[in-house]
Design a protein around this ligand. Structure first.
Ligand code: BG6
Ligand code: MG
Length: 218
């Protein structure tokens, strides 16, 4: 069997932490009197912490001093850490582990490509760190998605070409990043939101071993 690179985003793909990011941002936005809805939240998916705050402030037309922004960033992360502290295996999204196991059993290369600086501890908490041959997260990159840096670095660390690597993503920014890097973009979530993806699935339970086999062969 051929060997290919499979790159997974974390938040909203492997674990349902997108809801925790949303709750933590909503508190900050609420305190600043900014209306921040689930629709607005789509713009934040895959986007770095710093950029996320700027987007929220932009929604409310709020200008703030750097020291205030720095404080809110810390507060948001502390709040978020509170949500993730007790995360366990049961917060892995359905269908993810069978796909990881299938890839492992078939000698495929697996990497994480996430914007989050909290990625590694989350993988540890939910007990799936051992599946990953490489991890690239928010601590390693300078350019956030839709820039393809995170995925290109992941492919490099795996010792594989970027072109033709597979990327599982739940964010518009991440799908765009994969497409820019000539990777195969696989959208996980709402197809209407992720219409730029090459393939779309609602979740990993819809991903068959036949589909994975076909990806490896192509
Ligand atoms: C991405 C999330 O994976 O990581 C974003 O989709 C989040 O919502 C970003 O802002 C940064 O995460 P963290 O954990 O470093 O604040
Ligand atoms: Mg995501």
């Amino acid at each position: 069997m051929n060997q290919k690179a499979f790159i997974f985003d974390l938040d909203g793909v492997i674990v349902d932490t997108a809801k925790y990011h949303f709750l933590a941002w909503q508190k900050i936005a609420g305190r600043l009197g900014i209306n921040f809805s689930h629709e607005h939240n789509e713009q934040l998916k895959g986007v770095s912490r710093v950029r996320s705050l700027d987007i929220i402030l932009g929604l409310g037309g709020v200008e703030a001093a750097q020291e205030d922004k720095d404080r809110w960033l810390i507060e948001k992360n502390e709040d978020y850490l509170g949500y993730i502290t007790n995360m366990k295996e049961d917060e892995i999204l359905e269908g993810v582990v069978p796909v990881l196991q299938y890839l492992k059993d078939n000698n495929q290369k697996i990497a994480l490509g996430s914007a989050s600086k909290n990625a590694r501890p989350i993988l540890e908490k939910v007990g799936i760190l051992h599946y990953f041959d490489a991890i690239v997260d928010g601590n390693d990159v300078t350019n956030a998605k839709p820039d393809p840096e995170v995925f290109i670095r992941a492919a490099q660390l795996l010792g594989m070409q970027s072109e033709g690597a597979m990327v599982f993503e739940d964010s518009v920014a991440g799908i765009q990043a994969a497409n820019v890097a000539d990777m195969v973009s696989i959208g996980i979530g709402d197809k209407t939101v992720l219409h730029e993806a090459q393939y779309n699935f609602n979740d990993f339970t819809e991903i068959s071993t036949e589909f994975l086999e076909q990806l490896v062969k192509n």
